[in-house]
Design a protein around this ligand. Sequence first.
Ligand SMILES: *[C@@H]1O[C@H](CO)[C@@H](O)[C@H](O)[C@H]1NC(C)=O
Length: 177
Amino acid sequence: MNPSTILSILFSLTLIFISHAPLPASSLNLHQTVCSETSVEYNQKYDECVKALEVDPQIPSANTYVTLSKLIIEIAIKNSTGIQDYLKILRSSDPSPAINSCAIFDFTRIIQDFKSALAIVASSPQSASNEVSDAQSRWSQCGTSIQNEPKPHYELLPLIDHVLFFCQILYKSISHI
Ligand SMILES: *[C@@H]1O[C@H](CO)[C@@H](O)[C@H](O)[C@H]1NC(C)=O
């Protein structure tokens, strides 16, 4: 091999190593940092978290945790509203008292809690986190009433679990403020 071939091989190898090197933590966007923390603390799947947050194209460029947390709360409000709408439809054809109380009572409170969190997150992150925790308690009550019925609608549990998913992401995001 002549020297220039060797040089060109070395150069290619260097490029391969550079492109495979792990990214330094500081190059993560804020939402990626939050998702990575959520996956460590709550065992969430990192990719699912990132995908769920990137439904809002503003999220990858959020440059403060206040902005990021607000955008995530807005997703959580939309998501819970969608779930509540679905439960209300089910309720009209299913006499289950659990579906009724989830649809009418628990999800109304969950949405209110997220809205309160949105209003105060910039000025009082700890109170916002408490609101998120209240939403999580409502989620838990809804799940308990579903499971305590004689014929539990277990198929609804993964649906309502989106509330927990967003609560966990929010605890992490708000904790940076
Ligand atoms: C709620 O969020 C989850 C996770 O991103 C998603 O799979 C689900 O479709 C959303 N549901 C509604 C009603 O927005």
